[in-house]
Design a protein around this ligand. Sequence first.
Ligand code: ATP
Length: 310
Amino acid sequence: MSQAAFTDSVHVRAPGKINLFLGVGERHDDGYHALATVFQAVSLYEDVIARPADDFSVEVFGVDDIGSVPLDDRNLAMRAAKLLAAAADYPGGVALEIRKSVPVAGGMGGGSADAAAALVACDALWGTGFSPSRLHDLAARLGADVPFVLHGGTAVGTGRGDQLSPALARGRFDWVLVPNDRGLSTPVVYGRLDALRDEEGALADEPSLSLDVPIPVLQALRSGDPVQLAAALENDLQPAAIYERPDLAETIARGVAAGALQGIVSGSGPTVALLCPDPEVARDVQYSLREVGYDPLHVHGPVPGARIIG
Ligand code: ATP
């Protein structure tokens, strides 16, 4: 069943994501928040190379804060490989090399992309031959964003974000991403959201069990019109992320002043995503923000999910 003897390495590329809409329900007693989100995969990629080995190991290259990425069983790619090996009764291991481009703890699902890429890479390296739906089930056990990164494109996520349905999106959207030097912890941002809602007395008696994505968001995606989409962007976590990092509000304001249609904190932040009307304006926005000391990236979406390349 193993192809490892015949395959030197498998190279998989997986995209980072942004959330065009993120609705967050009230906290349940077990810490659960019902989510309704629209993911879009964008052209900023993680590369994972899997090579045959007797044991499991992971090396990470590419980002400044490499030290914040665990190299043991806490690494999501390592966990993905071990989960697949257990599910497939594969007796060997794998040496994983991760080349990161997605900012660490940036709200763009970099760890989730590594996990999705590791699943696809190990499945191919070991000749496991799991069906897409079986890989999806394993992905959901690794984290709420991992199934989306397997599929890519634009999709609606409900439940914890892992119950996916494709969203019709026409054309291409141009984004300028503004990463931040320091990551922001997802649990800290959710905790802040709960505290802010508590202070405002905005907590409902019964936490919502499910949420929906508003129709205007889906219509804007179908239209392919960035002006419509800009008006529909929304993130319930944004006030909490800005509370933790007040400078994010200024980043959004500067992006809009430079020509972006709208800006939004991506997921739990701190990366800011600025939607632009076309590639030319995106390049102008990127240039303007670079002039004032940011390190912006011009990307587009939607792009496909985790894929074997080379
Ligand atoms: P989340 O998916 O929780 O919203 P994020 O997208 O903001 O996270 P990630 O880059 O996925 O950010 O990393 C979140 C944390 O997960 C990091 O601080 C790190 O400790 C841990 N982690 C585990 N595996 C990885 C990995 N392969 N790459 C990056 N971080 C990882």
